[in-house]
Ligand binder design. Structure first.
Ligand SMILES: NC(=O)c1ccc[n+]([C@@H]2O[C@H](COP(=O)([O-])OP(=O)(O)OC[C@H]3O[C@@H](n4cnc5c(N)ncnc54)[C@H](O)[C@@H]3O)[C@@H](O)[C@H]2O)c1
Length: 351
């Protein structure tokens, strides 16, 4: 029996990863999340049959999903102090974890990244514990989620924006710029640790740099579902943070998953790859798409005192196409339509 480990399993990317593991494998999944932001599995699993055992919950008729509501650092400390902890306490015998996906992090969107940067720096401690653990436990494969925020902000200004290429960061080749706030610095450090884990400890690991991942089940602190919901309510005037001219590379979570699983099969040396659409879309464009779906034409009202982040952040996907033969499949129109339809349905249920 194989066991995969997913930290931050109840967050946006974690939930989608757990669902993929259920679909793609017959293996068991150890899920850890402190639910500081995440949503309890009973709200998003299809099969919510569950039973409690000591301080954990086991989900599904097949009993493949084990959930610890716990700080991931504590979970790892328990494993470090006593590698047989899972067997002794819960009767779960794991000689070696299969895939370890590390999504536990303080993320929280632009308000958190700019408003509480030291809180975000706690990600350094979560990542440090994780890398320490993998160096000893040596899971079969590891996924480290870096971010597009690791890229130099000097390449993302109004006057000097370019499609960001993997080679714009080359740790071993001494090409580094200033990442975006503590969030980006943490991810840069994580990428460095991933390289060390591969080179010094022989761990099979890949880092991914997702751009702006979005999806139907993302919470409303993220711009895409928030804008979709406000359009569904026909907000007018339609407020936007900053000028609204700032642009991002929106990529649907199903594409992120597809590329991530492929990357784990093919990249083992700690390298990082982009996951994006390769297209720049401004927030005003996004409002126009959703208001078109909603059938009205609002006045756009910029809120220039709100945090807006870098001006333009989008990626060049040619390295991924060449290395993995992969391209995103879900168009902006289709992905945003899916989000909009779910937003409308949620509003209908609330009424
Ligand atoms: N969503 C994206 O588009 C995107 C883009 C780039 C990078 N990433 C990275 O992917 C990872 C997951 O992102 P997300 O969008 O799912 O974020 P999220 O906030 O939805 O999920 C993070 C999860 O971690 C949990 N968590 C936080 N601290 C914890 C701790 N100490 N112990 C246990 N659980 C803890 C939270 O409760 C939450 O469920 C992050 O590292 C993020 O930086 C995501």
């Amino acid at each position: 029996m194989k066991y995969h480990l997913v930290s931050g399993a109840c967050g946006f990317v974690g939930r989608n990863t757990v669902k993929q593991l259920l679909k793609r494998t017959n293996d068991s999944v150890i899920m850890v999340d402190d639910l500081s932001v995440g949503t309890h599995p009973s709200a998003w699993l299809q099969d919510i049959t569950s039973k409690k055992f000591k301080d954990i919950e086991i989900f599904g008729k097949e009993e493949r999903l084990f959930f610890w509501k716990m700080d991931f650092r504590k979970f790892l400390n328990n494993l470090q102090e006593n590698p047989k902890w899972l067997e002794k306490e819960y009767g779960i015998k794991i000689s070696r974890f299969a895939d370890a996906f590390h999504f536990a992090a303080i993320v929280g969107g632009r308000a958190k990244i700019e408003g509480d940067p030291i809180a975000v720096a706690l990600d350094l401690s979560i990542d440090a514990e994780f890398f320490n653990w993998i160096a000893k436990a040596k899971p079969e494969r590891v996924l480290y989620p870096s971010s597009s925020a690791a890229y130099p902000i000097s390449l993302q200004t109004e006057t000097a924006s370019a499609a960001l290429k993997e080679s714009d960061i080359n740790i071993n080749g001494n090409i580094l710029g200033k990442p975006d706030m503590t969030y980006g610095w943490t991810k840069m450090t994580g990428e460095y640790l991933a390289k060390i884990a591969a080179e010094h400890y022989g761990i099979s690991i890949v880092s991914i740099r997702p751009f702006s991942g979005y999806g139907e089940d993302q919470d409303l602190s993220y711009p895409v579902p928030a804008i979709a919901t406000r359009a569904a309510k026909k907000e007018n005037p339609f407020v936007v943070w900053g000028t609204g001219q700032q642009g991002r590379d929106f990529v649907h979570i199903d594409d992120v998953m597809d590329c991530m699983f492929l990357a784990m099969e093919q990249i083992h040396d700690g390298s990082a790859i982009n996951i994006g659409s390769g297209k720049l879309t401004s927030f005003i464009d996004l409002i126009k798409i959703f208001s078109r779906f909603a059938g009205y034409n609002p006045t756009i009202k910029p809120l220039i005192d709100k945090p807006m982040g870098v001006h333009s952040r989008y990626c060049d996907m040619s390295f991924v196409k060449e290395r993995l033969g992969w391209e995103p499949k879900i168009s902006l129109e289709e992905g945003m339509r899916r989000v909009y339809d779910v937003a409308v349905e949620k509003l209908r249920c609330e009424r």
